[in-house]
Design a protein around this ligand. Structure first.
Ligand code: GLC
Length: 449
């Protein structure tokens, strides 16, 4: 039984990097920054599928045009996907089930990478890595081992790594007499209630705390954070098999607290369970209508953009925890891989190398606030200036909790989403919701054993 299997993934690697001071280019970055001798001869067109927030899609266009300049014979067509990870997965699944040769290359959520690998939809990258003597040591080894390397092969590479964070309004905390962000969930409730009460006098649309509660993958990420910061867990591995423990008392308590945020403390809007995904949450906070926000690192760059009403007023901290337990952040992030049925795998590989190059990874951190998938850019002064939390919140990323890496994760997630959301909507009690989720999860696991 590996109770804490989740809480170690990123840590080891980040600590190793920091301890060894091995950041800052060196031999590792050379391999992937300089074009391979053959790359100038590459000819043809590839389709690259990617989604995300609107600014992210815009940024990908500049990545593509820089790549095309470096590879004059190659055109990359951007196939725009939605923002929602579930939709993005379905779009790809439809193409891959039909053995379509496009998109040639695409980003995958760490949450569903296991399914893509198990389904045989990805081209192993090992032959390309070997041919180019491509240096894999620059990537987070714990992430590679958790997600990208399975059955002895390499299937994808991490583009960026996500972890849930607490954003707060520094100016409002000060205004209401608080010198630092909350450390426990209880403190967050007290602070949010006080600030909300005060701010409502001039702004009826103001809320204490906004987070992702709609029925979708992001809700599972938020749920994981409450559960693990209360000493609970979704399940554990025993003899290689995943055993669900969804209705553990600590999980039920955690879910009750999520329900209470909306219905009892009334610091989170009822729209939490109908509408709240990352972007509506970010926008509400950014418009000045919330004191606290749970979101991924990408929100940082947008909150501090020139046109942001909260620019310069935002602090960032680890998510709170329940008394006697530790903060937990869900491990997210996106990985790039090649369609097994692609007719242009060489071109797709050239594009992957470009996306993973030191310069592009650095640009992602600076322009989009992403945590790069390769480690050697983390001590770059430009990166640290743009995303100071990469250093100050190192522990958050070190302790990030992965969702179960099992081929049936998408179905498991749907079960969790459905019942956690039903509890948030008040349709069933947390206990009943998690009992039902547990029995459906047990049946699902049985199908796969
Ligand atoms: C972010 C994370 C991803 C997660 C998703 C949920 O994109 O990187 O891992 O599944 O949010 O909405």
């Amino acid at each position: 039984m590996r109770k804490g299997f989740a809480v170690l993934v990123i840590g080891v690697v980040v600590m190793a990097i920091v301890a060894s001071g091995c950041i800052g280019g060196g031999g590792g970055s050379q391999t992937s920054t300089s074009p391979t001798p053959t790359s100038t001869k590459l000819q043809g067109k590839i389709v690259f599928a990617v989604g995300g927030a609107p600014n992210e899609i815009e940024y990908w266009k500049t990545v593509i045009s820089t790549f095309e300049k470096e590879h004059p014979g190659v055109t990359v067509q951007l196939e725009r996907q939605s923002t929602d990870t579930g939709q993005r997965r379905l779009e790809l699944v439809n193409a891959l089930r039909a053995k379509s040769s496009t998109p040639d290359v695409f980003l995958m959520d760490v949450a569903w990478l296991g399914q893509f690998i198990a389904s045989g939809w990805l081209q192993p990258l090992d032959p390309y890595v070997q041919k180019d003597h491509y240096d894999l040591s620059v990537f987070f080894q714990s992430v590679l081992n958790l997600a990208d390397k399975q059955n002895g092969k390499l299937w994808a590479l991490p583009v960026y790594i996500d972890a849930g964070l607490l954003y707060y309004r520094k100016d409002l905390l000060k205004k209401y007499g608080y010198s630092k962000p909350p450390e426990t969930w209880e403190q967050l409730v007290q602070m949010a209630q006080k600030i909300q009460q005060g701010e409502r006098k001039s702004n009826p649309n103001f809320w204490g705390f906004v987070w992702q509660g709609k029925q979708y993958e992001g809700l599972v990420c938020d749920f994981v954070e409450y559960v693990y910061s209360n000493g609970g867990e979704l399940g554990y591995f025993k003899n290689g098999k995943w055993v669900p423990t969804l209705n553990k008392p600590a999980n039920v308590q955690a879910l009750q607290f999520m329900v209470d945020l909306i219905h009892k403390y009334k610091i989170s809007p009822p729209s939490t369970y109908t509408d709240m995904t990352e972007e509506p949450v970010r926008i509400m906070f950014q418009q000045g209508n919330a004191a606290f926000e749970r979101n991924w690192p990408y929100a940082w760059a947008l909150h501090n953009a020139n046109n942001s009403p909260v620019r310069g007023k935002v602090g960032i901290a680890p998510l709170p925890h329940f008394p006697g337990h530790k903060s937990a952040a869900t491990l997210g992030g996106w990985h790039i891989g090649i369609n097994r049925y692609s007719k242009h795998k060489e071109l797709a590989w050239a594009f992957i190398k470009f996306v993973e190059s030191y310069q592009e990874q650095k640009n992602f951190a600076i322009h989009l606030g992403w945590n790069p998938g390769r480690t050697d850019v983390y001590n770059d002064p430009d990166v640290l200036k743009a995303a100071p939390y990469l250093k100050s919140l190192r522990a958050v990323f070190e302790n990030a909790v992965p969702r179960p890496v099992v081929p049936y994760y998408p179905q498991l997630s749907q079960i969790i989403q459905k019942y956690v959301n039903a509890a948030l909507a008040g349709d069933m009690s947390p206990q009943e919701a998690l009992n039902k989720a547990q029995s459906e999860a047990e049946a699902l696991v049985k199908q796969y054993s």
